[in-house]
Design a protein around this ligand. Structure first.
Ligand SMILES: [Zn+2]
Length: 242
């Protein structure tokens, strides 16, 4: 049978040019869930917020009928269907192995982000996202199509700072305070620590210029308001200013 599909907004990023923002016919064999048909066309289900068939909303388990007309929508702007599901909880993330710099930047801004430089298997990443209700960030479409992934996003940009801007915009991260900093090393929470306690580990120069220090409660790494953190803060201030 044939059905008609039309994708809206950024969902068109996943389609060949000839299919973007236009209605096109799609043949369907058997009785698959609409999720499978949409993914076979190239669009991973976590990117989709709403599917409307013949004018009525359906869920991802819907079985298409002959001649259905399907409109497929991404989240509305600002993009926060995660927030709609979890009220005011601070978003948490799990990033795939290719997104190490992005993960470090998110931690620097205080967002709990699971990341390992050891390539975790796809089922494990999907499971972490599912179990902890984390947003899965990846550039792997196959991973995003896994059924148990509820919140996920295909990172379009390739440069880390641009990726950060993309995620900040997509999940409206400026809405959340940036105070609860995490360790860029291990994602542990940071706590304030007295200067004399960490002095033996610091260079004379650092001690001369800085008075406020934080220490990772998990791995013990010490942080101060050094240049790399200031760079990220300036960057975020830039985003704030539009
Ligand atoms: Zn740490």
């Amino acid at each position: 049978m044939n059905i008609t599909l039309r994708f809206h907004g950024r969902l068109n990023d996943f389609l060949p040019r000839s299919r973007r923002a236009v209605a096109f016919a799609q043949s369907v064999d058997g009785a698959p869930a609409i999720k499978d048909t949409l993914e076979s066309v190239g669009v991973p289900h976590p990117e989709i917020e709403r599917v409307v068939v013949n004018g009525a909303p359906v869920d991802m388990a819907y079985i298409a009928q002959p001649d259905d007309i399907c409109e497929i929508y991404p989240p509305r702007q600002p993009i926060d269907f995660y927030r709609a599901a979890f009220a005011e909880l601070r978003p948490t993330f799990v990033a795939d192995v290719h997104l190490g710099r992005l993960a470090a930047y998110l931690r620097m801004l205080g967002f709990d982000t699971v990341y390992s430089s050891v390539d975790l298997a796809d089922p494990l990443l999907a499971d972490i996202a599912y179990r902890d209700q984390r947003i899965l960030l990846t550039r792997d479409l196959g991973l995003l199509k896994r059924k148990i992934v509820r919140f996920g996003y295909f990172v379009r940009e390739t440069a880390p700072l641009r990726q950060l801007a993309e995620i900040v915009e997509r999940y409206d991260l400026l809405h959340y305070g940036m105070q609860a900093l995490r360790c860029t090393n291990c994602n542990g929470a940071l706590e304030a620590v007295a200067k004399d306690e960490i002095a033996p580990q610091m260079t004379a120069q650092t001690l001369r210029y800085y008075d406020e220090f934080r220490r990772c409660t998990a791995c013990g790494k010490v942080y101060w308001r050094g240049s790399h953190h200031e760079k990220i803060e300036r960057f975020v201030d830039g985003l704030r200013g539009g």
